[in-house]
Each structure stands twice: as C-alpha cells, then as structure tokens.
Design a protein around this ligand. Structure first.
Ligand code: NG1
Length: 558
C-alpha cells in the first residue's frame, strides 16, 4: 500500500485510457478534440502537448493542512487541461505569452510580453483568471532558472485552457488550474521529466501568490493521486503521500459529491473567512507555544521555530514540540500530560480536550490581549501574522474553538485511517463498519459548524437531507462557506439520496432569479471514483494530431 513518491515523475501518456477510467474516455476524447481544434482556430498552429491536473474532493481532514496535520483527499474526474506550443520568435530579451480559454466569453484572451529575466507580477486585487497562469509561471520560471542557470531564456508560449472543475465550488478548481499551468510551463520550456513532489511544492507556493494563504492538500491531491485510491497526505517531517484503497465491502460504498451552488470564492472572502482562519490558527499556536518552556514564560521564544505552513508557525509544530521535548518544566506545569501514552490519538485528545481549554479559557481574544499575553506589540503581530502577505481586518479572534477543531479533526483523520487500514472487525458487519466511517464524517461536519464556523446553512441542509435518505456520513468538503459536500453512501442508496436532494434542495432553488435547469440538477450530484493525478499528453509526434484522442478508443470518425 505504501509507495514512496519522491522520485516519481509526472507520467507522459499517449492514450487517454492512461488518464481516465474507461467509462470516461469517450466523453473526454470529444472534449480534448475540441480543445485541440480550438487551439488551432485561435493560433493557426497545433499544440505540442496538453497538460492535465484534476480537482479533488476532501474525504476528511478539513482546515488542518495549514496546521500541518495529515489529510485524506482524492482526485476527481473533473480537471483543467492546458494545451501549449512553445517557440522562439519574439524580440531579443523578451518572451511572449498568448493565452486563451475554450470558454472565451467567460475567460477572455490575453497576450503580453515579459523580459527574459522578469519576476512575474501578479495583481491579486484584479481576480483575473489569468492570475493563476501568472502564479504558475512565476513559480516555474524560478525553478527553471535554478536548474538551467542565469543565462537561460524562456520561449514564447501559446496557451489554450479548458476546465471542468466548477469555479468556487469547493473542489479546488484553482489548484487544478495552477498545477496544470505550472506543469505545462515546465514541460513546454524543456523539462521533460517533471518530479511530482517538485511540481506539488511549486504549485503550493504559486497558489499562495494569488491571494490565499493556502495549505498544501489540494495541490498534493491534484498532482500525486492515483486511480482508485484516496491520498493520505502528510506535511511533516516532509511532504509525503500514501495511496489508500478502500476495503471491498458489501454493500459497496461510494462517495457522492453534491454541489450547493453557493459560491465560495476564497480570494474575495479571504480576509473574513479563509485567511482569517489561517491567522486564528497561527495566533492560537503562538499562545500555546508560549507555555512550553521557562524562558518563554510571558513571552515568545526567540527565534521562533519555523515551519512550512503559510505563516511559518503552526499548531502542528507546537504539538510536536510539546510531545517531543516535554521536559520537567512542562510536566510540572501540565501534570495530566504525563499520564498520556504515546499514541497520536491520546495526544491529540489531550490537546483538544484539556490543554487548549487550560491555555485558552476565553471564547475570544482581542489583538491587544494576545499581544500582552505574548509580551509583544500589536504592530509585531500585524507585521508578522495578521497583516503579513494577505491582511485580515479582524480585531478579535476565536482561538480556543479554532484550535479545538484542528486537534479533534486531526484525530478523526487518524481514526478514519486506522479503520480503513484495519478493515471491519469480526463479527462486525460491513454496514456497521461503514457506519463508523460515516460517523467520523458527521462529527467533522459538526466541528466545522460549531468550532470552525466554516459551514453554511445550505451545506447543513444538504447534509441533513442526504443522511435521512441513506448517507452514512455527510459533510462539507474543501474550505466551506459554500461550495460542495461529500457523502459516504452505500451504492444501493445513491438513487434515494439523489432524489431527496432534487426534491428538497435543488427543485425550488434559483440562481440570480433563474430556476436551476434539469441539466444543472443532474450534474449537481455525482458519484465520484478516485481519479488519477497530473499528466502530460504528448501530441507533437502524432501524425494525426487530435485524432490521437479518439483513435485509441475508436470513437473519433472523419
Ligand atoms: P478549497 O477552497 O476547497 O480549494 C481550501 C484550501 C486547502 C484546505 C481547504 C480546507 C486552497 C487552494 N485550498 O480548499 O488547502 O485548507 O480549504 O481544508 O487554498
């Protein structure tokens, strides 16, 4: 089951069957053909290759990746495709980018020039779709320059994009877009072996340039997933993954994804939602950290420990410091901790239910209170955390509940993994076992509602209706505040869940005054099989160009 991925490179396919499940290939061959032809229509040339990166659904482990605790997402079928041709034509000292989208009305074409040594500028306030390309470009150029030396010059790029991951829908359209762009740029600029881990790290950094202090779950899932397996992602001591298959069960279980149609655009709402949560978790980490050694009493240790989280110090790191270096001082101060055995679950439970309550007794903390308690100025907090990179305007912070969510959610991920890896215990029936998995999803949703305040009324309603109709576990997936939900459903109950959501949620719903169409309702609920991660499809040595996509399945005619 365990597979090291450090040296794995992104696969280069010549067959769509290597990328999609068989049943998906026919529809995809038509779509890939449209992209290829769309490219030829706009640029009057054929693309050299197409890169592809999928969206993801998170099964469990919400809002804990940026605290560096493990998460369990899986890639979905929906993805972003980037067709590209590179050439050397433009002015000396410059390179040119022409980028279009198959859905040109919604995503207008752009072209611009950059100097060969430029640091790509991104104006995150414009929320332009091409910012994601720019973000991928900035990260990729940095890596290419490191590998190729300072004299290396980028080639011109013609680019055509198409995505099927719904934007702001909680399925990580942004990570799919950034990752597919970064992969296309690396490959198109001459890196024929793109290391998965390198691409993932680059995509995480790149996405942080677009206005969100994001964790690393989405990019990991998009790049490193494999067909028919969920992906267990660990962020410490370094980024690593395990491919996890679900035990075969009777009744068989499927994951159903249901859209809420409530837009959750992190870049717009970031200062009040996502980025604020990152700040709250970071401030909570500082408050806990300050308790951990005699020198730190009443002030922060100097220098602060540093990690790879968005603001460089996280709840996960403080948790590790506590248990790895617990000394006499900590033991005297927190005697209960000495009774905790060294299992992760016990330790997380101690943090979620004892330590956090003791250190953070109040529901909210003002900036002034936090600064006083840490022995630093408010300016220091602003400069290093609250207004660093993407400022959040908040003056009060709910540290206790945020931290309790993080530690309890991390425990749920461990429990879920334990169950998956040990399978049903005799004489437990498969259904009883499945219910235990489902309970963890339901508890996660409860914690997202009560402690992390990242759900939405619509998401709660969908979860409720789905559970009544037979889902064993239902929760929001991704950042929340809208977007999508995920449900663990016995295959025999999928139709009743679908029918219940249609009747009770979608039927009377309207967007901008318009009722949902039958097609929208049909597409809103999908059964998702774990899909594969990023890939390149090389078309340059195909005599038949786009026919390559259809020929191998015999669906493309003249
Ligand atoms: P969404 O908004 O669903 O793509 C975001 C973050 C993840 C993770 C989840 C919450 C980005 C790109 N993704 O996912 O890293 O923190 O929220 O678990 O910011």
């Amino acid at each position: 089951m365990e597979k090291p991925v450090e040296v794995e490179t992104v696969p280069v396919h010549e067959n769509l069957g290597g990328i999609y499940h068989d049943i998906e290939v026919r529809g995809e061959s038509e779509r890939w053909t449209s992209l290829y032809k769309g490219f030829e229509d706009v640029f009057e040339l054929s693309p050299d290759f197409i890169s592809r990166s999928p969206g993801r659904v998170n099964i469990i482990g919400e809002h804990i990746d940026y605290s560096l605790f493990p998460v369990l997402p899986m890639a979905i079928h929906a993805d972003t495709l980037v067709a590209m041709k590179t050439e050397r034509r433009g002015r000396e000292g410059y390179f040119k980018i022409e980028i279009a989208n198959l859905e040109g009305e919604q995503f207008p074409k752009e072209s611009w020039e950059e100097t060969s040594d430029s640091e790509i500028a991104i104006d995150e306030k414009t929320h332009a779709w091409t910012n994601y390309f720019r973000a991928g470009l900035r990260g990729s150029l940095k890596l290419l320059r490191e590998k190729n030396g300072a004299d290396w010059r980028p080639r011109d790029m013609k680019v055509m994009v198409h995505g099927t991951v719904p934007p702001a829908g909680g399925l990580s359209s942004s990570a799919a877009l950034v990752t597919a762009c970064a992969l296309a740029i690396l490959y198109g600029q001459g890196m024929k072996k793109v290391e998965k881990l390198e691409l993932t790290r680059l995509a995480i950094e790149s996405e942080r340039a677009v206005g969100v202090n994001s964790g690393g779950m989405d990019q990991s899932a998009s790049v490193m997933s494999q067909k028919d397996a969920a992906l267990y992602v660990q962020f410490t001591p370094k980024l690593s993954v395990r491919h996890v298959e679900f035990p075969k069960m009777d009744p068989s279980l499927v994951f159903v994804i249901a859209q809420s149609f409530v837009k959750a655009d992190k870049k717009v709402s970031g200062p009040f939602h996502y980025n604020l949560r990152v700040v709250e978790c970071t401030l909570a980490a500082l408050m806990l950290l300050q308790q951990l050694s005699p020198e730190a009493e009443g002030k922060l240790p100097h220098p602060l420990p540093q990690d790879d989280s968005p603001l460089n110090i996280s709840l996960g790191t403080v948790f590790n410091i506590f248990w790895d270096t617990a000394d006499d001082y900590t033991r005297t101060k927190f005697p209960d901790a000495t009774k905790v055995d060294d299992s992760m679950l016990q330790r997380l439970d101690y943090f979620a239910n004892r330590f956090v309550d003791e250190v953070l007794p109040s529901e909210t903390y003002s900036k002034k209170e936090i600064a006083q308690s840490l022995g630093v100025s408010e300016e220091y907090l602003d400069h290093n955390f609250i207004k660093k990179r993407f400022p959040v305007p908040a003056e009060t912070f709910r540290l206790r509940d945020r931290a309790k969510h993080v530690f309890s959610e991390a425990a749920r991920v461990y429990k879920f993994m334990d169950l998956l890896e040990s399978g049903p215990k005799r004489p437990e029936t498969d259904l009883e076992f499945a219910k235990r998995l489902g309970d963890l999803l339901n508890q996660s949703q409860q914690s997202c509602i009560n402690k992390f305040d990242c759900s939405a009324r619509e998401l709660d309603r969908i979860c409720l209706y789905a559970r009544v109709a037979g889902s064993l576990g239902s929760r929001l997936t991704g950042a929340g505040w809208g977007g999508a939900t995920v449900h663990l459903v016995p295959a025999s109950k999928v139709n009743s869940v679908r029918a219940a959501l249609r009747e009770q949620y979608y039927k009377d719903m309207s967007i901008n005054g318009e009722r949902l169409t039958d097609k929208q309702i049909e597409d809103a609920v999908i059964v998702s099989r774990p899909g594969s991660g990023s890939a390149i499809f090389s078309t340059s040595n195909k005599k038949d160009g786009y026919k390559a996509f259809g020929n191998e399945v015999g669906t493309w005619g003249e």
